[in-house]
Design a protein around this ligand. Structure first.
Ligand SMILES: NC(=O)C1=CN([C@@H]2O[C@H](COP(=O)(O)OP(=O)(O)OC[C@H]3O[C@@H](n4cnc5c(N)ncnc54)[C@H](O)[C@@H]3O)[C@@H](O)[C@H]2O)[C@@H](O)CC1
Ligand SMILES: Nc1ncnc2c1ncn2[C@@H]1O[C@H](COP(=O)(O)OP(=O)(O)O)[C@@H](O)[C@H]1O
Ligand SMILES: [K+]
Length: 495
């Protein structure tokens, strides 16, 4: 699914109005009806609803929603900051039926004790920080004890830029029209956006399909269409020969997790290259994997033999010993197959950036934000980090998998794909190692680097979601993510 900027959405509105054709006020009615339908589903008890409307079209939506909810049996009170506004605001203001209490407010809503509050103060037309009387209103909205539902976007949040003011509505739910907004994927906006939802308002899909956007959200359908189905005559030799270079004394667990995840992701033949300390451990814990054992006891110091391999994953539990770093340099220079580099592998590249020039095109880096800042420098905010990651991926011709609540995959052409699966239960040691194993296995099965990353991240998150459903976010572990990989793959395969 594409994510469009505010101005692109405005163009889609305009195009729909001209070509459907539909009057602007009727499009507003359709948007408000979609919002109301969502609202009625979420709050079926006919609670008291307080609608706070600004004077733009977001406020106009608020007024139309007030009317529709009233018609559906809700007790509605409307607070407007003015009795006059945009053309469509004015029409909806005059359409307010009898029986809706209305109040034109200056800087205070007055006391609101119960019910649900709908925030229609500002939408995508916000063009400066909220101040003065509007700031006081926002403060009151945030002091309200009940749930707050923002229409389209919380007032004070910009769709495409970081928040720049102190006064921003903190919504419980945000119901966005047609598509999600880029702002929803940024960690610092979580407290404003709350849980977000998208409702269809019937903007011209053909126009959206032809609008150029480099920002996407990955859906189940996307992954379904890219998932490779094993051929009837497939055998272990053509399901990918993968190698994981991993482990050191005290960190063999990372290796086990990555290896098990790779096997559960369809790796045909898996070899784990480990220091001597890891031989018995890996052979016992993961009998399906072969072990290639280095002569050195505690950590990696030697070259590897990649002969016959289709994919290589480097990083889980490696440690950052100087000699391991020298070994990493050799591995990277030797690489002729697609590779995933994670964790300590990335940390060593960060401390010796000259290694970067040897990294083959299409190699996948899987940093979390801290590892990314070691690679590319600190970012002021998530929007800047997004630009930095995009530039980094383009410049070094690597795929960046920036891990987090919405893991983002950056390809080498400047596009970014936000993941839509996963949950906070995955913020536990070893989850990242599982991801490295999954992506390595997919690479080995012939996925392009970009799609191995996108599909791997989605499946990893989906397995995490299935695990959380049964075990809860608190108790689930990285091993549980692996145990739920079969469910996740089956879920994607189901048609
Ligand atoms: N046809 C359309 O364009 C549709 C638009 N829709 C709604 O329209 C919204 C956008 O409407 P508008 O473009 O009218 O924008 P807003 O409703 O966000 O309001 C913009 C108005 O507020 C003023 N303003 C901006 N920032 C301010 C600040 N910090 N302090 C004080 N005043 C400020 C602007 O000067 C302008 O007058 C969307 O978010 C969506 O809710 C929907 O009705 C769907 C259809
Ligand atoms: N709040 C969250 N929501 C969704 N996914 C998460 C969340 N926190 C962590 N994850 C996922 O869990 C994994 C953690 O990886 P990483 O930070 O490398 O941990 P580790 O090094 O302990 O394995 C990443 O894939 C990340 O996207
Ligand atoms: K709003």
């Amino acid at each position: 699914m594409k994510i469009l900027s505010s101005s692109q959405i405005r163009d889609a509105d305009k195009h729909t109005i001209e070509n459907e054709p539909i009057e602007s006020i009727d499009l507003m009615e359709r948007a408000s009806a979609s919002f109301s339908k969502w609202f009625i589903g979420e709050f079926p008890g006919k609670c008291k609803v307080h609608v706070v409307s600004g004077k733009g079209n977001n406020g106009g939506d608020g007024l139309a929603v007030a009317r529709i909810l009233k018609r559906n049996g809700y007790e509605v009170k409307v607070y407007t900051t003015s009795d006059e506004g945009s053309e469509d605001f004015n029409i909806n203001f005059h359409r307010l039926p009898e029986g809706i209490e209305r109040k034109v407010v200056d800087d205070s809503l007055g006391s609101i004790e119960t019910g649900v509050l709908i925030d229609a103060l500002f939408g995508s037309g916000l063009d400066r920080p909220i101040e003065g009387r509007y700031a006081k209103i926002v403060k009151e909205i945030n002091q309200f004890a009940g749930q707050v539902v923002s229409i389209d976007i919380p007032s004070g949040v910009y769709a495409d830029n970081p928040v720049d003011g102190e006064h921003v509505v903190e919504a419980t739910h945000t119901v966005s029209f047609q598509l999600p907004k880029l702002a929803f994927f940024m960690a610092e906006n979580e407290k404003f956006v709350g849980d977000w939802h998208v409702v269809d308002i019937g903007l011209d899909q053909n126009f959206i399909d032809h609008t150029d956007s480099r920002i996407h959200m990955v859906t189940l359908e996307d992954v379904r269409s890219y998932l490779k189905k094993p051929a009837k005559f497939s055998h272990k030799g053509n399901m990918g020969r993968s190698m994981l270079i991993c482990g050191s004394s005290g960190k063999m667990g990372a290796c086990i997790i990555a290896a098990r995840a790779a096997l559960r992701s369809g790796a045909g033949l898996l070899t784990c290259y480990v220091p001597a300390v890891g031989e018995n451990i890996i052979q016992t814990a993961v009998p399906e994997a072969m072990a290639m054992v280095s002569t050195f006891q505690d950590y990696h110091v030697e070259e590897a033999n990649f002969k016959g391999m289709d994919a290589v994953g480097i990083g889980p539990g490696l440690g950052t010993e100087d000699q391991t770093e020298m070994a990493l340099r050799k591995w990277i220079k030797q690489l002729e197959v697609p590779a995933v580099i994670d964790a300590d592998g990335l940390n060593m590249i960060s401390s010796r950036p000259d290694i970067l020039k040897h990294v083959p095109e299409g190699t996948i880096f899987t940093p979390h934000p801290k590892e990314f800042s070691r690679l590319a420098g600190e970012a002021e905010d998530s929007f800047k980090r997004l630009e930095m990651a995009r530039e980094y991926a383009k410049k070094h011709k690597v795929i960046i998998v920036l891990k987090g609540a919405y893991t983002a995959v950056f390809d080498t052409e400047g596009s970014v794909y936000f993941n839509s699966t996963g949950n906070p239960g995955m913020a536990t040691g070893g989850s990242g190692d599982a991801l490295t194993g999954i992506i390595t296995a997919l690479l080995g099965q012939g996925y392009s680097s970009k799609w191995a990353a996108i599909v791997g991240v989605f499946i990893h998150g989906l397995a995490g979601d299935e695990a959380a459903e049964d075990l809860g976010c608190i108790s689930m572990t990285a091993t549980d993510i692996i145990d739920y990989l079969p469910d996740a793959f089956r879920h994607v395969e189901m048609r």
